[in-house]
Design a protein around this ligand. Structure first.
Ligand code: NDP
Ligand code: MG
Length: 384
């Protein structure tokens, strides 16, 4: 029997690559529902090709347009549309590949409905990791990581017995060898020129500041229930080792492969099976030849340091950092602020923030909104 799957964010970088994975495994998966934001041109092609029964888009007006073009499909919209997809009875697995906080509610709803989750969306665990992981445990639901580092750890960890450290690798991004002066003047194209991975714009800028690695540290803390002091970050520019686990006896198990998101996406979808899919070429150790490792420069990349601090503080501090950073990254993408202002703004918002303990999902989302308003005001001051 084919596994029935829904993809939130099918028009994005992860979403389109997930569909490429599924194209190769069409005997194993049936797409029941797809969701997009505003890229209707691509979404219509996906609907024609995959014939989902349910779809959702961001705006009401786009939903109306789709309804007239595809009268036999159930068309929904907005945040409610995403949650409705999580409620579809026949869906067995939900791939959460939307960007931003909109991933949170449908993920929670799908867990409550006992659907397994293939999780790409980082915000879900950064904002509400304690709630989400407890809910998944209580409902016997698997959270299968799609992020390459977490997929690597998941593959190495062997049920978490006698693990000493998690080692998360980072490429170091486009500014790994840049001076402070060069970073001061860095433009958008330079920040978006990621040396190894081809991803959405927001996460690409986060990879340049190493905030992405910081978010991944917080994700790893929740996914694998590890203390922050037992999570290490290592710069590995070649991105062949996707992350590693060190055991009590001194053994280190690392997961190696070409830098392709197809592999972790596929593993999340086919777990626990490994099947031949889209990446068929063998890993060539001789061609790869060089595996380098460096300590991260926490002075040059203070966002990573901040993420560790925020993670350890807990409460809604990670919500604050995530929201302030996201608003600042959007402002940088809109060319409203300079590259180094992203961290300055995030830190300034964090410094003035008071966290809430044991916040509910509603409180988390309220805090998120409050922080974003405050950050946008601050961005206006930076613009002047
Ligand atoms: P993209 O920006 O490429 O894609 C985001 C997707 O979400 C698109 O389908 C977009 O629709 C949709 N979307 C955005 N806003 C809304 C909204 N308000 N309502 C409905 N849909 C919306 O992002 P990525 O694929 O790069 O990343 C997705 C998530 O996965 C992020 O959380 C990211 O951190 C995480 N991730 C990504 C990795 C990667 O390699 N890209 C690696 C690991 C994690 P549309 O384009 O139609 O507007
Ligand atoms: Mg990653």
């Amino acid at each position: 029997m084919k596994e029935k799957i829904a993809i939130l964010g099918s028009t994005g970088s992860i979403g389109t690559q997930a569909l490429e994975v599924i194209d190769k495994l069409s005997d194993k998966f049936e797409i029941v529902a797809l969701s997009a934001g505003s890229n209707l041109e691509l979404f219509e092609k996906q609907i024609e090709k995959y014939q989902p029964k349910y779809v959702s888009v961001k705006k009401d007006s786009d939903a109306c347009e789709l309804k007239s073009k595809f009268p036999n499909i159930d068309v929904m919209f907005g945040d409610v549309g995403l949650v409705s997809i999580a409620n579809i009875k026949e869906v067995q697995m939900l791939l959460v590949a939307v960007s931003g906080k909109i991933g949170l509610k449908p993920t929670i709803q799908a867990i409550k409905n006992k659907k397994d989750i293939a999780l790409a969306n980082k915000e879900t665990l950064v904002m509400a990791g304690d709630i989400v992981m407890k809910l998944a445990k209580d409902n016997g639901v698997k959270i299968l990581p799609v992020d390459s580092e977490h997929s690597a750890i998941f593959q190495c960890i062997n049920n978490g017995k006698n693990v000493k450290h998690l080692v998360i690798t980072a490429s170091g991004g486009p500014f790994r060898n840049s001076t402070k002066q060069e970073m001061e003047n860095a433009n958008l194209d330079e920040a978006l020129a990621h040396p190894r991975w081809n991803m959405g714009k927001k996460i690409t800028v986060d990879s340049a500041t190493l905030m992405n690695k910081g978010l991944e540290v917080i994700e790893a803390h929740h996914l694998f229930d590890f203390a922050y002091d037992d999570i290490k970050v290592v710069i590995h520019p070649q991105s062949y080792i996707h992350s590693a686990v060190e055991f009590a006896d001194g053994s280190v198990i690392a997961q190696i492969g070409i830098p392709s998101m197809h592999i972790p996406i596929q593993y999340a979808l086919t777990y626990p099976d490994r099947v031949e899919g889209i990446e068929t070429e063998s890993f060539d150790f001789v061609k790869a030849s060089k595996f380098e490792f460096y300590e991260p420069d926490y002075e040059k990349f203070p966002s990573l340091k901040l993420a560790f601090e925020v993670g350890k503080l807990g409460g809604t501090y990670p919500v604050c950092m995530n929201a302030a950073n996201e608003e600042a990254v959007f402002a940088f993408l809109d060319k409203k602020i300079k590259y180094l202002d992203i961290y300055k703004i995030t830190k300034q918002v964090f410094d003035s923030y008071k966290s809430i303990e044991n916040a509910s999902i509603e409180q988390i989302l309220e805090e998120d909104e409050k922080i974003r308003i405050q950050t946008r005001k601050l961005i206006d001051e930076y613009k002047d």
